[in-house]
Ligand binder design. Sequence first.
Ligand code: R5P
Length: 265
Amino acid sequence: MSFGLKNRLSKIIKPQTGKTVMLAVDHGYFQGPTTGLRDIKSAITPLIPYTDCLFITRGILRTCVDPSIDASICLRVSGGPSILGELSNEDITTSMEEALRLNASGVGMSIFVGAQNEDRTIANLGKLVNEAQRYGMPVLAITAVGKEMARDARYLGLACRIAAEMGADFVKTYYCDEFYKVVEGCPVPIVMAGGKKIPERDALQMTFNAIKEGASGVDMGRNIFQSDNPVGMINAIRAIVHDGATVDEAYDLYESSKSQPIEVG
Ligand code: R5P
């Protein structure tokens, strides 16, 4: 691994804890103005100070994010279909040159294992890694799940392992029963996506379980920005990921910050 790649990766997965709290706000690239991100600038600005890395598209980065933020950037570089089309019909949409110009610390794309275009998306991952390697740019592979696929350890383990074999530097996947088996079979760090909005305590429990079973952090969206207390929620997630908090401790943080707003340090 080159100095540049290691240096960039250290801006995402923090060396102090070996973990990361990434905030995923890329949903609009196929869903349009998702609930919680309609006014995306207002939604994400208060969360950025608590985020290690923003997972975002170039369009939202350019128009809605202050360039002086401390959080690093992992740029979504794949896209194509909308929610109305065949989701696996993705290609690379953003160049490596653009990622470098935007000072990204990583680039991310989805692979659709088991879906109509799985072969093209997996081959595209290989091509993205080929190019990223030339510039020391870490690649995040996202194991997108088709509507008919089971989110179990067998399927997610298959997708994560394929991503690692293609050369991804880290992988984003969903939590499942026996998540440790997915981690065991994947030789690169795994970050957990949150999935659909669930009650806050359940999302904290899921995060706790994922970390206990070997996840290197989260790349979470809806369970943060669709919460009734997004800043409290991201802080509670941080407490679990970076500080080893229990679910009760993290939930108290989320609850107590409703009455005592957390100050930006
Ligand atoms: C899918 O739209 C993206 O890859 C999201 O970044 C990913 O699903 C994480 O967001 P959430 O926690 O909302 O699932």
